[in-house]
Unconditional design. Structure first.
Length: 114
């Protein structure tokens, strides 16, 4: 599932039907940041992954200094599972990433559907 608007691109990617898992990715333009859209988009992708696709696990990898993504993930029930040290090459330097995961049994639907 990929959603694109003029302010946001979001996707459930790397879907593994055998292990029933997938990754969540999203990007917001600066004009769309700070309005709660990231939290809302993560909630929609969780619903799609768990309810529509029947997945067991979703995960997010984000830069360790991406406070907005970390907040959006944690508001949707994701837990920090680990750090990927120096795993992302960004603007000429290696940066750390954080790995967050959410299992279907730990998910609390934002839409009142399970």
């Amino acid at each position: 599932m990929v959603t694109r608007t003029t302010d946001c691109t979001a996707a459930l990617w790397g879907i593994d039907n055998h292990h029933r898992s997938a990754h969540i990715g999203l990007g917001l333009l600066p004009s769309a940041r700070g309005k709660g859209y990231g939290t809302e988009v993560v909630a929609v992708l969780c619903h799609y992954g768990f309810v529509v696709r029947g997945l067991q696990r979703l995960q997010i990898e984000t830069l360790a200094d991406n406070a907005a993504m970390l907040r959006s993930a944690e508001r949707n029930g994701f837990v920090r599972e680990g750090a990927l040290r120096s795993s992302a090459w960004v603007l000429g330097e290696f940066l750390d990433e954080v790995l967050l995961g959410l299992l279907v049994q730990d998910w609390k639907p934002a839409f009142g559907t399970s």
